[in-house]
Design a protein around this ligand. Structure first.
Ligand code: AMP
Ligand code: GLY
Length: 426
């Protein structure tokens, strides 16, 4: 099989490495890819959001399978375009990707089908939103832009001043353009967070191993929200009983609801869950693999990813037996100093071999360039240093030992990835 993966981050690197394990895979292509990915797949400089350019590339390469990994091309309809051009494609069509593309759509879906989530109201007018906030007078409160906002569209306001500022920024100052013309004001939920990715063909849903993200930039969950500074899998809070509840009250009902709405979801559906005192509730859906969740989930997959991806397209996922390794995985993200706000790129990375790797771990490249035999930083999140082992503690030790041998000017990483999960286990 020749396979084209659309995207260029750590998640795509992890997808490519798992696809490479399949005996069916003959050629791997990635667009745009990055420095590290280029050591394992042939990369092409087509932007992930360039639908016409990507279809043109597919026509040249004639892949047997196309995998669209990032949210923006999915929401823009790249899967529709690829399938119209005759390519077997992994990922949801635009009318299903809206489950991530519009928070209002997803909240209304959950309300209509009784899927547990936080209470909410929708606003398009800032004065009405502010009046509601003042009347509620409960903090923290959660303010979300309706559309995609590069992962920055969620504000946890601690007081009235912050809440009012967030509303004004989003609706009046159009901070995220059309994405924040409509907002959701949502009940603040508490409890451990769990990420569960799943494979689905629109009818059958198969959850993957659970994971835990670390979204804040600094140790002790301080600092700004980021795309994710590290992950571990499995998530110790996600017990078999909770998994069973989630399957019954959230996973299957969501997939059924989308089908009933005439929007069958195929591909990877990501459930962002909060295990509240009143049971598991949905914080968000993503229409794709999470980043950096994928970097710890896919290494634990013990089945052929090419077969699973084809089955989501062919609608016969229920005929597969999908297996997982009984191990733990840990990914420590190494970022550019200053991320997620302002940072410099182009720093020479030391400690990597010619494949962009170092011994004892796998280094997924998130933002690197490969030039003259060297790897340079090229983004906020740069590397995801990942390992698997019999225990989480052992996986963390391996990842952190490798992190200590990799360096560049102003490198930043958290030193406490996995600590909360280790404590939960005791
Ligand atoms: P998102 O950008 O949708 O992933 O949200 C970012 C983070 O905001 C989530 O991972 C949660 O930690 C937090 N969050 C989102 N919605 C809520 C909520 N209703 N209550 C508490 N925290 C939330
Ligand atoms: N790590 C969270 C996400 O991919 O949205």
């Amino acid at each position: 099989m020749k396979i084209l993966v659309v995207g260029g981050g750590g998640r795509e690197h992890a997808i490519i490495m798992k696809l490479a394990e399949s005996p069916r895979t003959t050629e791997l292509y990635c667009a745009p890819g990055n420095g590290g990915i280029s050591r394992y797949a042939k990369c092409f400089p087509v932007k992930a959001t360039d639908i016409d350019g990507m279809v043109k590339l597919a026509k040249e390469l004639q892949p047997d399978l196309v995998v669209v990994a990032p949210d923006d091309p999915l929401v823009l309809g790249m899967v529709d375009a690829m399938q119209a051009a005759g390519f077997r494609t992994f990922g949801p069509k635009a009318n299903a990707a809206i489950i991530e593309g519009s928070k209002i759509f997803s909240k209304e879906l959950m309300k209509k089908y009784g899927i547990p989530t936080g209470g909410y109201e929708v606003f398009t007018d800032s004065a009405a939103a502010i009046a509601y906030i003042k009347a509620q007078n409960t903090y923290p409160t959660v303010i979300k832009a309706d559309g995609l906002a590069l992962g920055k569209g969620v504000i946890l306001a601690q007081n009235e001043e912050e809440a009012v500022e967030a509303v004004r920024d989003m609706i009046d100052n159009k901070k995220f353009g059309e994405s924040s013309a409509r907002i959701v004001i949502e009940e603040f939920l508490t409890g451990p967070e769990v990420s569960v990715l799943s494979f689905t063909d629109g009818t059958t849903v198969v959850p993957m191993i659970s994971s835990m993200d670390h979204k804040r930039a600094l140790d002790g969950d301080e600092g700004l929200n980021t795309g994710g500074m590290g992950t571990v899998a499995p998530n110790p809070y996600y017990t078999p009983e909770i998994a069973e509840t989630c399957m019954k009250t959230i996973f299957q009902p969501t997939v059924d609801a989308m089908r009933k709405e005439g929007r069958p979801f195929t591909g990877c559906l990501y459930f962002g869950l909060m295990l509240t005192p009143k049971g598991p509730k949905v914080i968000e859906y993503n229409c794709r693999f999470g980043d950096p969740e994928t970097q710890v989930v896919l290494p634990l997959l013990d089945s052929d990813l090419t077969q699973i991806m084809e089955a989501t397209y062919d609608g016969n996922l229920s005929s597969l037996d999908i297996r997982w390794k009984q191990e733990s995985a840990a990914c420590v993200v190494m970022a550019s100093g200053g991320y997620p706000v302002k940072y410099e790129s182009g720093k020479v990375i030391s400690g990597l071999d010619a494949q962009g790797q170092t011994s004892g771990v796998f280094v997924y490249h998130a933002g690197t360039k490969y030039e003259d035999g060297q790897f340079l930083t090229a983004g906020g999140r740069v590397l995801g240093v990942t390992s698997t082992a019999g225990t989480l503690a052992a996986a963390l030790d391996k990842s952190y030992a490798a992190v200590g041998t990799i360096d560049w000017e102003q490198v930043h990483y958290r030193r406490d990835i996995g600590q909360r999960a280790l404590k939960a286990k005791q």
